[in-house]
Write a protein that binds this ligand. Structure first.
Ligand code: MOS
Length: 673
């Protein structure tokens, strides 16, 4: 299907959070801390308040009352403590954006700075074992005897991989517009991946009952995780609107987004692998080191995919985290799985070379019968099918395994492979389906379409469930007054909302007029199974022997993700994820300022993402899986698996081209030469 909102989006008619026409709107602009750690001694709002059009200055000098247990990232102006450079310490409200911005520059903040530490190291004395890793997995697992397995191995690999801080850069910057009704109800146009989630978080932060908050987010220009949890702009708009008694809009700049909307933690990962003479793993150990802030513990699940991938009689995974004077890391497309699989799949490539085995064959030889860590049966698993189908389509069989020998002029050429995986989950959701006067069907669900095509996919799901033409189905989403739906995240939006939509449609068929569904019980009663999507990524690179520049001439992915709801939407998700993986492999890197804290390259001129000219040839294919243990559609999430494995496939191809193994991303010319 074509995107239902495609026309309004490309013609500029789709309304985003900052664009709702609201009478009497005013503007807020944040003041950000200039120190990485310390205390705000004094905020002098005087000079700002004298400027034209300024309505208020909010700061810790006069903290708005918030519940004591509010999320410290959102509890604005409650504390004088500064936890990271760029933290919001004050804000100006004025009658225009420009006046608010100018006045923000006139607010004087005096600090008592303390010593800061913003650098993750493998030997950092502050590293500790977190309680759980995102989103609730055990921190460490151990099965069998890793040391004995390594000692008995014919081939071993012991390597350390590193990935940098990465930032989500959705096209639509974070923005919110808030006002309070005469009866005290808060209305927020926010840019949110979770409509009901956002309403709940805003209500909780402000100490309001849920019913007193409404969040509307009909179109979202990308999120990738950065809009999965409520960000300070929504809270600031609400607090400022209360302070001035007028609607307040806040639109963060790209630079501000880098500071306050989360980022992918840097990782340091040690992989120890051992294999017998036949290439079968005797031991596998994956230890991940990540960072969090002093405010909130967010420990990424970096080593979790190692629990899923390969049969190894001895398997140990562990996560260590350190609290630094930095903003709290958060979700970025396939948090954990993406950097974790980069390291694991690169190390598997190293093992293949060390063992003298083809890297596709090495993976096939280590295919497990049940989920290695839990022993649970897989609901479906077609990694081997993806590897074989990918190898066939890519032309892998003609590959000469020797590295560094193919050359066309200045260009060294190589190919690489890596596997992908991502969990196939769903969350409880509600939905409503009813027959309209003209006989068409209205479907309502508190879902968010963050650019994935959720609105279109849900239309197709409802049309299929009702056996009517998609044109007769009208899906309403993006409003917390609709039936509660979970976040568009964890690649589980479609599976979660779609389940409720199908059930509501079934109820409608029974009733003739209207059907309501709540899948809470259905989700709770799911059988215990290992549910994951799998894939195989193939890359061809050309590396300049003169400049060290890496060009990805081909990317090809084959995925096994249950039943594909819509081919066109799915292809977009896969190639979008793979493109983001290309960025991770070669370009993306946020530099932390060790001297002053904070991030240095906070815009798209300095934080490089792939543009069309970088993306030459990307192909995505899939194996249609029949899996009845998932949801009524038989679908697995596809939003994140495309990025998983891509960076490893490219890195492995760079090794094959050059004979030089780069173990820290991104693979920039300086590291290649
Ligand atoms: Mo995605 S990082 O689960 O929004």
């Amino acid at each position: 299907m074509n995107r239902i909102e495609g026309r309004v989006k490309v013609t500029g008619l789709a309304t985003y959070a900052a664009e709702y026409p609201v009478e009497g709107v005013t503007y807020a602009y944040p003041v950000q801390s200039r120190i990485a750690r310390g205390r705000v001694k004094r905020v002098d709002a005087g000079p700002a308040l004298e400027l034209p059009g300024v309505l208020a200055v909010l700061s810790c000098e006069d903290p708005p009352p918030l519940p004591e247990d509010a999320d410290p990232e959102l509890a604005l102006f409650q504390s004088r403590e500064v936890a990271y450079r760029g933290q919001i310490v004050a804000a100006v409200v004025a009658d225009t954006y420009e006046r608010a911005r100018a006045a923000a520059g006139a607010v004087r903040v005096d600090y008592d700075p303390g010593d800061h530490d913003v650098t993750l190291r493998m030997d950092h004395p502050g590293l500790y074992r977190p309680g759980v890793v995102n989103p609730g997995y055990p921190t460490d697992t151990e099965k069998g005897d890793v040391e004995a397995g390594l000692a008995a191995a014919a081939t071993t690999v012991d390597v350390v991989y590193e990935t940098p801080v990465l930032h989500n850069n959705p096209m639509e910057p974070h923005a919110a517009l808030a006002y309070w009704d005469a009866d005290g109800r808060l209305m927020v146009y926010d840019t949110a991946q979770g409509i009901s989630t956002s309403r709940n978080m805003i209500a909780r932060t402000l100490g309001l009952p849920r019913e007193q908050v409404r969040v509307v987010s009909r179109h979202v220009g990308g999120g990738f995780g950065s809009k999965g949890t409520t960000r300070p702009q929504a809270i600031l708009a609400a607090l400022a609107a209360r302070a001035v008694g007028r609607p307040v809009k806040i639109a963060l700049t790209r630079q501000q987004m880098f500071d306050v909307t989360g980022y992918r933690t840097p990782t340091i990962q040690r992989l120890r692998l051992g294999a017998d003479a036949g290439g079968r793993l005797t031991a596998m150990e994956h230890v991940a080191y990540v960072q969090t802030s002093t405010l909130v513990e967010f420990a990424e699940q970096t080593a979790v995919p190692a629990r899923v991938m390969y049969a190894a009689p001895a398997l140990r995974t562990a996560h260590r985290v350190v609290r630094l004077d930095v903003a709290t890391p958060s979700w970025m497309r396939a948090p954990g799985e993406c950097p974790g699989m980069y390291a694991l799949e690169s190390a598997m490539d190293e093992l293949a070379y060390a063992a003298g085995l083809d890297p596709v064959e090495l993976r096939i030889r280590n295919e497990p019968e049940t989920e290695p860590d839990s022993g649970l049966p897989f609901s479906s698993r077609h990694l081997v099918g993806c590897l074989r189908e990918g190898a066939r389509r890519f032309g892998w069989e003609h590959r000469d395994p020797a590295p560094g020998i193919r050359r066309e002029g200045e260009w060294l050429i190589g190919t690489g492979v890596a596997a992908s995986t991502y969990p196939a989950r769903r969350s409880p959701s509600k939905a409503l389906a009813k027959v309209l006067d003209d006989g068409d069907i209205l479907v309502q669900v508190g879902a968010a379409d963050i650019g994935t095509g959720a609105r279109t996919a849900l239309t197709r799901i409802a049309a299929t469930a009702l056996n009517v033409a998609p044109e007769r189905v009208h899906v309403e989403l993006g409003d917390s007054d609709l039936p509660d739906g979970p976040v568009a995240g964890g690649s589980m939006g479609t599976a979660s909302w779609g389940s409720a939509v199908v059930r509501a449609c079934e109820e409608l068929v029974k009733d003739g007029k209207e059907g309501r569904a709540d899948t809470t019980d259905e989700v709770k009663k799911e059988a215990e199974l290992a549910r994951h999507a799998f894939g195989a990524q193939f890359a061809e690179v050309r590396v300049s022997a003169v400049t060290g520049e890496v060009r990805v001439s081909r990317l090809l992915g084959v995925f096994a993700c249950g039943h594909i709801v819509d081919a066109k939407l799915a292809r977009s998700q896969f190639i979008g994820g793979m493109t983001m993986g290309l960025g991770m492999a070669l370009m993306e890197e946020t530099l932390t300022d060790e001297e002053f804290g904070g991030f240095l390259n906070r815009d798209l001129a300095q934080y490089h993402i792939p543009v069309c000219a970088d993306v030459r040839d990307v192909e995505a294919y899939w194996l249609d899986e029949q899996d009845d243990a998932l949801n009524p559609m038989g679908s697995k999430g596809i939003g994140e698996i495309g990025i998983v494995g891509t960076a490893a496939a490219i890195g492995n191809a760079v090794f094959h081209a050059t004979g030089h193994r780069v173990r820290d991303l991104p693979i920039t010319p300086a590291k290649v030469l």
